[in-house]
Structure formats: C-alpha cells, structure tokens
Design a protein around this ligand. Sequence first.
Ligand code: NAD
Length: 517
Amino acid sequence: MSKIATAFGINKALDQLGLSEINEGTSTGLNHFGSGEIISSYSPVDGALIGKVKTTSPADYEKVMETATSSFKEWRLMPAPQRGEIVRQFGEKLRELKEPLGKLVSYEMGKSYQEGLGEVQEMIDICDFAVGLSRQLHGLTMHSERPGHRMYEQYHPLGIVGIISAFNFPVAVWAWNTALAWVCGDVCVWKPSEKTPLCGVACQNIIAQVIKENNLPEGISCLINGDYKVGELMTNDSRVPLVSATGSIRMGKIVAQAVAARLGKSLLELGGNNAIIVTPDADIKMTVIGAVFGAVGTAGQRCTSTRRLIIHDSIYDKVKDAVVAAYKQLRIGNPLDENNHVGPLIDTDAVSMYKKALEKVVAEGGKIIVEGGVLAGEGYESGCYVKPAIAEAQNDFEIVQHETFAPVLYLLKYSGDVENAIAIQNGVVQGLSSAIMTNNLREAERFLSAWGSDCGIANVNIGTSGAEIGGAFGGEKETGGGRESGSDAWKVYMRRQTNTINYTTELPLAQGIKFDL
Ligand code: NAD
C-alpha cells in the first residue's frame, strides 16, 4: 500500500467492501465468473496498484447469461412492492458503507472524497425513489369505442437489462439504472469501465449480500468485467432487450448500431459540450462560482462539466477577470485531502488529450489566458495532475466543438440579444446540459422556451454541472436522447401492453367493421 493509501485509510475501506483479497486478482463478487485476462487497477491519485480483477471470457459470459435468464423467471413474479423492499435494503447497506465506498470511488477514479461521498448519496437517493416507485408502476385506462369492453395498458418487465458505464461515475450510473430496473422486475448485467473495475466489484459485493440474505436468485445482479470486447458480447446479444450505455459519443454510435441491428432498445447517455450564458443582468458572484465549479470540479471529467462560457460583450472583461482571479485560488492535489479543489485526470492518456486540446486551440487562433500544464514532483507522481486552463476562442473552432474530458474552459463573446447567445450555445452537436445566468425574466424564459436551449437540461442561475435524481437525466442530439433516473424514466425498463377485455356475449369489431358468418 502506498503512503497516501495508508494515511487515508484505503486498506480499511477495501476490507469493509470485501476487497481485501483483490491484490491476488481472485476476489469476485457473487456471480462474477472471471477466468479471462487480468486488469490491474492503478490509482490516478498516486499511481499505486490498488488491485487486480479477472475479466469475463466468452465462456464466463454464457454462464452469467444463463444465471440471469433463470433468475429473471423468478424475480418477475415477485410483486413490485416486494422488489422495492429489496432495493430498500440495498439502500440501507449503502448508508452503512457510504464512507468506504466514497473513499474507493475517490481513490480509484480520482474525484474528491466529497464528490465520492456525493456519488454514493445519489445511489441512496435513487434507491429511496425506486422504493416509492415500486408502488406506482401505473398505466392508463381508456374508454373503448365498443360497448361492453374495457381497455387499459399495463407495464411488464423487459428481462435482462445490460448496463455499460463510464469511468467518471463508477458507481452512481449503475445504481440509477439498476434501482429502477429491479423494481420494474428486470435483472441486470453490468459491465463497468475497465478503468474503475474495483468500484464494480465493491458494488456487486454489496448487492450480492442483500440477495443472499433474502434467499433470492443470485442472477438478479450480475457483473462482467473487461473492455469494449466484453461490452460487445452484450450489445450483440438478443437475450438483452435493453442496453443502457453511458460513455463517449464514439462508443454510443457503435453500441446504437449493434443494438439496432437486432432491433433491441438502447438508452444512450453520451458526451456533452455544456455552456453557461452570462447576460448583462447576471449576478457575477454566482456566475463565477457556477462556472469555476462546473469547469474544474472532478477535474473537468463530468459529462455535465462546463466547457464554454458565453459572455455578453458589455460585461466580458469583468467576468473574465473574476473567473481568472478565482482560478488563481485553486489548489491542485490529492483528492482525498479536503483542502484541495482539483484532483487528477483518470490516466496519462487523458493528460495527452488535454495537452493536445491546448495546442489545438492556439493553432486555431485562440488565446490562452490561464496557462495549463502537467504537474510533476512530490504529490504528483502519478503524472495525472494538470492545471485547469482557460482559452479565449470561437465557437466554430474544431476543438471547441469537441468534448475534451479535462479542465479546459473556453470563453466566447456574444453581442446584442440573448438569442445570439442561445444560437452559439446550441451550435454544437452535443445537447446535454446548459445554463443561463440572468436576473432578467424575459431572457430566462426565452432561454427555456421552445426556441431556447436545445439541451436535455436547461438551468437558470445554476451551473451546468450536477443534477438531482428526481428529474429525468439525459441529453439530445449526439448526447443520445436517453433519459434515466427520475420522473417517468422507469418506462424504458418495461414493455407496455394494451389490453382490451370484452364482457358481453357479442364480438363487435373496431371501426364498425362487419364480418357476419
Ligand atoms: P468510453 O466511451 O471510453 O467508455 C464507456 C464504456 O463503454 C466503458 O465501459 C467501455 O468499456 C465501453 N465501451 C467502449 N466501446 C464499446 C463498444 N464498442 N461496445 C461496448 N462497450 C464499449 O467513455 P469513458 O472515457 O469511460 O467516459 C467518458 C465519456 O462518458 C465522456 O464522453 C462523458 O461525457 C460520457 N458520460 C456521459 C454521461 C451522461 O450521462 N450523458 C455520464 C457519464 C459520462
């Protein structure tokens, strides 16, 4: 164990999460049949090896699918409120293990400990939401056009839900999907990111315990490990009616085509290119907090991170100076230490992309106003720590159009009406999160109107980053159109059936059609 791991109690956390054997590459969550190659998980915090996990071979995958298929036959028959009770118990276990799991998220992914705890809190919140939902899986009733007939619709479980998740939310995204899918009567097979495999095993250990304590079939929750090749086993598998995939647009396009080729359903949660519009009526202090947290929080590795700040020319210099001054206060370092604001990027590949983005913005004619750079020396041995950077740019630069998963913020200027800012904000292929900072009611309502923001999330006087589980989460355009978490997102995990019942002795046909025998 490294010095940091010892100082911040990572050993104890691994123990509490049932991962103490993980160094041997032998620890498996229940129903995690690993006989494939070994993935070693290194912490971006200090570069130390945390543990090794065996990947899922095609033969292992077959066993997982058999277990999931047979478990579904039992699970779908359990009344939904009883399934909700299992999710409630899962939420309770998460409450007990919030600290160790939050710590593991921070150490394996690199986000701050506070954000790690926040991620586990989101898991707990979605469990609470799902428990209530388990008594509310409702359909509509309609009046039939035929006398003596009743018509209504109901929702049934789909079967096996495949979940592919990204490294940056290594535990919460799984829970957003599973908590809902389970109360809906589905069983889940999860492929976490190969960059955060231990978070996957930790979560599987927690739910496996709940399943065992309730004498339920283990295949309600399955874990498969590995890279895109393991993901492809699921996307090409017609036993998986729904694939929920979170990650890059590049990945989403491949997954969507594979699933569509077999006419399956996909729920896509892909990249963003999120902007905050700052109008002349903005509260500058709030703007600075929202923009800086949005751009540098999680080291710019949130799908909702603020990438573009679109500022009215009349207040451009004032906002620019305030944001630049705030960047000077940022402390970069070990994310487990609560004194730091910015932790590391996930790996050195991410560092290369960050460096390339800064070179490219200059090559395209942009101007760096807060210098970036890779940090070296004591505390930065992993090579993953970078300085948050700011560049003045134009919206049509190729690099500005692209999501760089790092703390690079572009300042863009607009003049005239708020419509001009909205056009810039919408002028990218992604459509995840957007925000306007203004105290002007007309501007705010225009931003939220049908000709306003084209994103799945549009906020007023709040930044782009972060969301509550109560609302449906997702984005438009190349962000993929999926919605998960709150509101009526549960419907995607179920199949809808329309039922018509005739309680007469006649058989009238619809639309008045006569068929006399
Ligand atoms: P990634 O696309 O590299 O990988 C995501 C997951 O997809 C991993 O588990 C990976 O193994 C798997 N995968 C990759 N190619 C695949 C294929 N061909 N078939 C099946 N599975 C495949 O993304 P990442 O680097 O882990 O995460 C960062 C990206 O995720 C960013 O673009 C970010 O915006 C996005 N993201 C979006 C949301 C959202 O809700 N919209 C949330 C989190 C992250």
